[in-house]
Design a protein around this ligand. Structure first.
Ligand code: BDR
Ligand code: CA
Length: 306
């Protein structure tokens, strides 16, 4: 199959970002036209290095655009306690060789949206800082992008950062507010869905025990997160970014869901909360996905590590 779907991934790898990126790289109909990288799970120097390691592993050149190292306004704590100090489980990986582009992430997003106008699909797996900056550079961006799917928010459950905020939104609420106010149409895979649709730890461990180079890589970088999951006594693994990628790769198999607008809470103890309201014509129209093709998740993950 010829890859006919240009896809750009905005990301802060992160172990679950790595899974999602390998899923996209293995999808026969997808052409990965770039990855714009943001600081989030860990600092930008690590998320960039981790993206380079992933591109090495994928084995074909993919532009890596360096993005925002910090949120727009307020510094926020990262997620090194989940992903390891380097974001990849402190696995002592070899120095990667894939280059970083001299084009900044926000510019790279705008350029790709012009190059693939009306066709580009965009998935955001990290804080929305790069997207907010891209939108400020080119307000016509939403009209050029075919789909924007965001992993973020906690609509029906407590968040994973605070009782109110999910990590990607809580890390840079001001950027999220710009995107959710101005983008047009957004699909959302949120933390509540991640909790509902989490795959069993055993199934993931079995995929990670595979013999391929990709399985060995994912096994190495997953040990720290596996320990975090085990310490919590969980028998399911919250796979936020892979679930979002599943909805990106198989749009026709996502069903149900609710529509409305999302207001990001910027102040007080609910900072970073995502309030779903009735549709406001002056804000982005958001589709909150509810039913994902989770039956396919395990085989898609297995396929991604071949
Ligand atoms: C999100 O936060 C990050 O830690 C994960 O990579 C995912 O994108 C889940 O809340
Ligand atoms: Ca992420």
């Amino acid at each position: 199959m010829n890859p006919t779907r240009p896809l750009l991934i905005d990301t802060d790898p992160g172990v679950d970002d790595a899974w999602a990126i390998l899923m996209a790289a293995a999808a026969p109909d997808v052409a990965l036209v770039g990855m714009s990288v943001v600081g989030g799970n860990v600092g930008l120097e690590h998320t960039l290095r981790n993206t380079r390691s992933l591109v090495d592993l994928i084995g074909r050149p993919i532009p890596i655009y360096p993005g925002a190292a910090t949120p727009l306004l307020a510094l926020t704590e990262d997620a090194a306690h989940v992903h390891g100090l380097d974001g990849f489980g402190d696995a002592n990986l070899a120095e990667p060789s894939s280059p970083v582009s001299s084009t900044a992430a926000a510019v790279g997003i705008v350029e790709q949206a012009h190059r693939h106008a009306g066709e580009l699909e965009l998935i955001a797996l990290g804080p929305l800082t790069n997207l907010a900056l891209a939108l400020r550079l080119d307000p016509s961006l939403p009209q050029r992008v075919k789909r924007l799917l965001v992993m973020g928010g906690a609509i029906d459950s407590p968040g994973n950062t605070t009782p109110f905020a999910e990590f990607n939104i809580g890390f840079d609420p001001e950027a999220a507010e710009i995107v959710f106010r101005e983008w047009g149409a957004i699909e959302l895979a949120d933390w509540s869905a991640t909790l509902r649709e989490a795959p069993p730890v055993q199934a993931i461990e079995s995929i990670l025990s595979g013999p391929t180079a990709k399985a060995r890589f994912m096994h190495a970088i997953s040990r720290k997160t596996a320990g975090f999951v085990a310490d919590k006594g969980a028998d399911h693994w919250a796979f936020a970014d892979p679930l979002a990628m599943l909805a990106m790769l198989f749009p026709e198999r996502v069903s149900g869901g609710r529509s409305g607008s999302i207001q990001i809470v910027l102040n007080g103890e609910r900072r970073g909360a995502t309030d779903l309201t009735a549709n406001d014509p002056n804000r982005a129209q958001v589709r909150v996905h509810e039913q994902f093709p989770v039956g396919a998740l395990q085989s898609v993950l297995e396929f991604a590590l071949r």
